[in-house]
Structures are given as structure tokens and as C-alpha cells.
Design a protein around this ligand. Structure first.
Ligand code: EPU
Length: 417
């Protein structure tokens, strides 16, 4: 086990390149198994979830080769075998194997997905979608068995605009007979990315990125080449870290449109933000105003950025209120920030943050984004060394974190625990 050591107080300066989006990659890899010939994915992030999924594709009989950040997947001799536990427990996104295996083979037997458990994360909307498409869903010795002789298109209204359920239904429905309409679909950019891949494979999906998605099922899907969109959460985290350290950072390989909610909030605080075609420059300022932030589904402020944003708000003068309308209790970073001297109170689904200086401390990341919050906080501390354990969570979402931060002038290193 390693820990991250941060000697803060240095403004971040320079350029950082953003990787391909984790939450796209973990859907695109399972999606590739719907094809019957080679799929090539470019711009993959170098993350553990990606490595585990590529191993799972091999376990299922796929031929997988890597070249830098490009993966080639030949799914022609894959089959659906039960995956009760083991690797599927290592990540949340293993639930996408359900929709993909169901679509291609008419059957999936998979253990309950693992991943960051900052609060209970149900998959009832995924199951409701599969059932609406005509699948039978049963409990098979603790695993979920989903099977259908023939999937049939259906109209599905999601009770919550779930990213995972929207993508999972798209995966299965792209091979169903007839047309499927998803109402109250999630609109996140990663959903458009998956639809773009599926359409390049021969699927007929319209409306991805809006609340109504129409899918005309097709008999088979073929290989293609696709480049993954940039990771808007990684980009947002570096934007926040640049502001928090009063730095001057060019965040490169981003889609500025995806960053609008965070850009607007940073500007409201007094951060200078300059948008270019594929990059954003953040110029930090000596003082910031407090703001209220509401984490919402896209295009609102991302829940995945509310934790690092909490750390930035400790640097504003006055009281900020941050409310998460996606997850009711995603605040595992708060007690750790308080160990660093932060003045934060959690009330219901809100964190009330009173600005003030932080101090170095030994803290522990309980999940990926809580970890990002602690790194941002550590970078702002003027004296001493902040020690962050639970680095394995942070590594799930931020590839080359230490290299990137060091290149930006931060004094950060890893040590064995
Ligand atoms: N929900 C249900 N039933 C369902 C599915 C979701 O009630 O069947 C609820 C959840 O409890 C939550 C809300 O709907 O309150 C949104 O959940 P969603 O399904 O959209 O989340 P997800 O697909 O499981 C993805 C990302 C998360 C990100 C959320 C919200 C992946 C692999 N994960 O999760 O990313 O927080 O969308 O944007 O795409 C992360 O990257 O750190 C992360 C946790």
C-alpha cells in the first residue's frame, strides 16, 4: 500500500494534458463485445478499472492487444460465461457487462458490481429496463441472471435519470427486435460517446444527450475505430486545484462546453477562466468569494466534482453552501478535511463551509472523489506535509496524477505506508 505525500503552498503552473474519460471508457469496453469484428478504442486512460475490464474481456474469450493508449478488441470468439465474483466486484461499471452480454448472447450471469460505495447505489432502473425489453431477471446463488430468447423494443421511462441505466438499456436495445424509446434518459456526455461508438458499429441510436433516446434494433453489429472523449471530471479537478493554489494552469485536451457548470462557478468565486477551442486556462486570484453550489445531473455541476469543490470553498472568504442533489450523503471527505482544520458542517444533503486556512494532517481517502478533495486540500497547505492514504481509490480516476502535479510544480511524492 502506498500513500501520497504533499508539501503544499506552491501555486500550480504550466500545462496539464487530460486523459480519455474514465466513465466513458468503462462503458465503451463492454460495448465493444456487442460487435462481431475488431473494435479499436483510442485515448484510453491508464486506470485500474480499464485494466480490469480488458482482462474480463479476455476471460470472456476476446483477443485484446494494447499499444500505448489504444486497445484492439477482437470479440468474434467471445461467449457469455458466468462471472459471479472476482473481477466484477472490483469496479462499479461491471454492470455494463449485463447490457452488453444480454444484447449479444441473450444471457448474462454477473455478481453484484463493486466500486466506490460512498452510499447505497441501487441498479433497479437497469433491471427495470432489461425486463421491459423482455428479459427475465433472477437471483442465481447471489449473482444476477438476465436472459431473454429474443429482446423486444419497448418504451421505458426511467424514474431517475441514471447514467448507468441509460447506457445499459442502449447496449441491450441496440440488438433488440423493434424500437426502444428511453424517456427521462440521462444526458451526460459519456452517454453520447457510447451512442457514437454503437452507431459506428452499425446501431441506430438517435437523441443521445437529450432526455429521449430512440433505438432501432439491428441484427448484428460490426467493428470500428473510436476515440474516447476527454475526462471532464479529471479536467474539473485540475481546474479546481489550479484555483485553490492560486496558480496559472492550461488544462489541455478538454471540451470546454462540458465544463460550463464548473467554469461558471469558478468565475462567480472570482477565478479568471479563459476558454479556448480545446483547452481552458485557469488563473487563480489572491482571494475568492463564497458561493453556493448545487450538484445536479448534467448539464448541472457534477456530483463527482463536489468533493474537490468543497476543498476549494475552504479557500473562499465567508460561508458557502454545497448541496448534492444526486447523492444524499456523499460527504466522506468532510471529516478528513476537518482534521486539516476545515470548518464544515453537514446538514442533510448540504455541506456548509466556512472559509479559512487548512493545516497539514494525516488523512485517508475513503473513495475516489473524496481522495481528489484531499489532494486539492493538501496542495493549498502552506506548511508541513499532508499524508493521504487510500491512494488506490485516487488511482481509479486520475492516471499520472503525481507526474502531472510535479510537472505543474507541486511537491508531491508516493511513499510506502
Ligand atoms: N439510481 C437509482 N437506481 C438506479 C440507478 C441509479 O436510484 O437503478 C440513483 C442513484 O442512487 C443516484 C442517481 O440515481 O442517486 C444517479 O446514479 P447514476 O445511475 O447516474 O450513477 P452511476 O451510473 O452508478 C455514474 C458514474 C459516477 C457518477 C454518477 C452520477 C460511472 C461508472 N459512474 O454512476 O461516477 O457519480 O454517474 O453522475 O459512470 C465517479 O466517477 O467517481 C463516479 C462515482
Amino acid at each position: 500500500m502506498e500513500k501520497l505525500m504533499i508539501r503544499g503552498g506552491r501555486p500550480l503552473r504550466g500545462t496539464v494534458q487530460i486523459s480519455g474519460a474514465k466513465n466513458s471508457a468503462v462503458a465503451l469496453l463492454p460495448a465493444s463485445l456487442l460487435a462481431e469484428s475488431e473494435v479499436v478504442l483510442d485515448n484510453l486512460p491508464q486506470l485500474s478499472d480499464v485494466a480490469v475490464l480488458s482482462e474480463i474481456l479476455e476471460d470472456l474469450g476476446g483477443k485484446v492487444t494494447w499499444e500505448g493508449d489504444t486497445i484492439r478488441i477482437d470479440p468474434s470468439s467471445m461467449r457469455s460465461i458466468p462471472m459471479p465474483n472476482g473481477k466484477v466486484k472490483l469496479l462499479r461499471a461491471s454492470y455494463y457487462l449485463m447490457g452488453a452480454l444480454l444484447g449479444r448472447f441473450g444471457e448474462a450471469v454477473i455478481g453484484m458490481p463493486g466500486g466506490c460505495n460512498f452510499e447505497p447505489r441501487p441498479i433497479d432502473q437497469h433491471i427495470k429496463g432489461f425486463e421491459a425489453l423482455g428479459a427475465q431477471v433472477t437471483n442465481d446463488h447471489g449473482s444476477i441472471r438476465i436472459s431473454a430468447k429474443q429482446l423486444r423494443g419497448a418504451k421505458i421511462y426511467l424514474d431517475v435519470a441514471s447514467v448507468g441505466a441509460t447506457i445499459n438499456i442502449m447496449l441491450a436495445a441496440s440488438r433488440a427486435k423493434g424500437s426502444t424509446i428511453i424517456e427521462n434518459a440521462a444526458k451526460e456526455p459519456e452517454i453520447i460517446d457510447v451512442a457514437t461508438l454503437l452507431n459506428a458499429m452499425g446501431a441506430k441510436i438517435k437523441g443521445a444527450g437529450t432526455e429521449t433516446i430512440r433505438i432501432e434494433g439491428v441484427d448484428s453489429l460490426h467493428g470500428c475505430r473510436h476515440s474516447i472523449i476527454p475526462d471532464r471530471i479529471q479536467a474539473g479537478t485540475y481546474m479546481i486545484a489550479a484555483a485553490a493554489t492560486r496558480g496559472d494552469v492550461l488544462i489541455d485536451n478538454v471540451i470546454p462546453k462540458h465544463m460550463e457548470a464548473v467554469t461558471a462557478k469558478l468565475q462567480e468565486m472570482g477565478v479568471h477562466v479563459y476558454e479556448m477551442d480545446e483547452s481552458i486556462r485557469i488563473v487563480g486570484q489572491p482571494s475568492y468569494e463564497s458561493v453556493d453550489v448545487k450538484a445536479l445531473i448534467y448539464p448541472g455541476f457534477a456530483t463527482d466534482l463536489q468533493s474537490p469543490m468543497t476543498s476549494l470553498l475552504t479557500q473562499a472568504s465567508g460561508v458557502s453552501i454545497l448541496t448534492d442533489f444526486v447523492y444524499s450523503n456523499r460527504f466522506k471527505h468532510v471529516p478528513e478535511l476537518m482534521r486539516m482544520g476545515a470548518n464544515i458542517r453537514v446538514e442533510g444533503r448540504s455541506a456548509i463551509i466556512e472559509g479559512g486556512p487548512l493545516n497539514a494532517a494525516k488523512v485517508s481517502a475513503a473513495d475516489l472523489r473524496a481522495g481528489a478533495a484531499l489532494v486539492v486540500a493538501g496542495l493549498t497547505v502552506a506548511e508541513g506535509v499532508t499524508e493521504v492514504t487510500g491512494v488506490e481509490y485516487i488511482d481509479r480516476g486520475y492516471d499520472f496524477l503525481v507526474d502531472n502535479l510535479r510537472r505543474l510544480g507541486a511537491d508531491v511524492w508516493r511513499e510506502n505506508e
